[in-house]
Design a protein. Structure first.
Length: 444
């Protein structure tokens, strides 16, 4: 099998202990117990924050209200706070009472151009501007939960800062879903990449960074993988140009619609015959086709867009080359031309192996639900940019209510996506516990 299996709990402890000299326990039991008590105490406030943010969602690079709420909270906790990094990002620095390294915790703040159905008393009725067009806005991916959980973790860790051996960096990031102001092919960065370009890690670079994402799954259950966990993503564009003419006399035309259909069919061997799927999965999806103006007109041009998902940089490059060659040659054989563009979006999110092994026993202790090996996800995440700079660990929190089958729950990005708020205290507890556990272990 190509997927890695999580080591049994005892084996994880042994390996973590061998990688990081010192006791197998990543933080003293009394410290983790203190975190549990403190997260329990802040749970109702956590839920209140989540509901407030959910009711007032904001699109990528427009999260001004959310950023102000976060910044005010961090300042009230006495942290050093930096705002407007990456346009609307907020960073809080908590200096512990003991010397030690720095660890970072990250939450994303942006919502999606999705209309929320009625039902929740705190359902969104907000609208926003998405590339110049007014649209309904909803937290359909759970970033409201992420922000609230990290606000709660900040509250918890501030209350015990005198016993923290090091520094915790709280990163509240905009535009994980992409900017709502600039198109990806306009050449400007956003989100994690822009925060890094604007010096996020210049003055104080963490030794590790953590993030959690809510998703369908047993409420309160945690899951993760070692190594590649989320796909890279590239935006694909294929413009096919033929010769316009009468639909009743197609022999006088070069039909870009037929040629586009042949290109779509021809892309399938790029995945099924040219990619070694036993080593690394590949997904190529055409998501939109635009061309033509009438039923009896062969148009001159057809424009297609799609996405490419891979889990290895060499495979990523190969697939891009193969798509370009296939599309161009198929178009040429039809007497048409094809212009192919592959715009890099996010790299593969890779969980550092040693960091994952260190954190596994910590996560085993923070939830009453069973932990599990996460499935390889086809989604992508700009957390990957942080993990290229420092060791990163990205994990998942199940938020499906106990009376619902997770397999039947609406997925992220769906207007019916639902968060069981009872799970959120587990996410806050996990983030706080990992930060303190890492700092204790790294300081030994």
């Amino acid at each position: 099998m190509t997927c890695h299996q999580l080591l049994p709990f005892s084996a994880s402890l042994f390996l973590a202990a061998s990688l990081f000299a010192g006791p197998a326990q990543a933080a003293p039991e009394e410290v983790l117990a203190d975190i549990r008590n403190r997260t329990d105490a802040v749970e109702q406030q956590l839920i209140a924050w989540r509901r407030d943010i959910h009711q007032h969602p904001e699109l990528g690079e427009q999260e001004t209200r959310t950023a102000a709420l976060v910044a005010e909270h961090l300042r009230e906790l006495g942290m050093e706070v930096r705002t407007e990094i990456g346009r609307t990002g907020v960073v809080g620095i908590l200096k512990g009472g003991q010397p030690g390294p720095t660890v970072a915790l990250r939450a994303d703040m942006d919502a999606l151009p999705v209309e929320e159905p009625e039902g929740l008393p705190f359902a969104s009725q907000a609208t926003g501007t998405y590339f110049g067009e007014e649209t309904p806005v909803m937290h359909a991916c759970g970033h409201d939960a992420h922000t609230a959980m990290l606000m709660a973790a900040a509250d918890v860790l501030t209350g015990m800062k005198e016993d923290i051996p090091g520094t915790v960096m709280f990163i509240f990031q905009p535009a994980e879903e992409g900017s709502s102001l600039v198109q990806p092919d306009e050449g400007r960065s956003w989100g994690a990449k822009l925060m890094l370009e604007e010096g996020l890690f210049e003055d104080q670079k963490p030794e590790a960074i953590f993030a959690v994402h809510v998703m369908p799954g047993r409420s309160g259950a945690l899951s993760w993988r070692t190594g590649p966990s989320l796909a890279s993503s590239d935006m694909l564009g294929i413009n096919v140009t033929g010769k316009q003419g009468h639909g009743g006399m197609p022999w006088d035309t070069v039909d870009p619609i037929v040629t586009s259909a042949q290109i779509i069919t021809g892309l399938q061997p790029v995945v099924s015959r040219k990619a070694n799927l036993t080593q690394s999965p590949v997904v190529v999806t055409i998501g939109s086709i635009h061309g033509g103006s009438g039923p009896n007109i062969v148009p001159e041009r057809v424009e297609m867009t799609g996405t490419i998902r891979t889990y290895d940089e060499e495979v990523r490059a190969q697939v891009g080359r193969d798509i370009k060659t296939s599309a161009e040659k198929i178009a040429e054989s039809a007497g048409a031309t094809a212009e192919v563009s592959v715009t890099p979006m996010y790299p593969t999110t890779v969980n550092d192996a040693e960091l994952t092994e260190l954190m596994a026993p910590v996560l085993e202790q923070v939830t009453e639900s069973a932990t599990a090996q996460a499935q390889l996800q086809g989604a992508s995440e700009d957390f990957a940019f942080y993990a290229q700079e420092v060791p990163g660990f990205y994990f998942f929190l199940g938020v499906t209510p106990p009376d619902q089958d997770p397999a039947e729950a609406a997925p992220n990005h769906n207007p019916e996506f639902f968060v069981d708020e009872d799970a959120l205290v587990v996410g806050a507890r996990a983030m706080a516990s990992m930060a303190v556990s890492y700092l204790h272990k790294a300081g030994e």
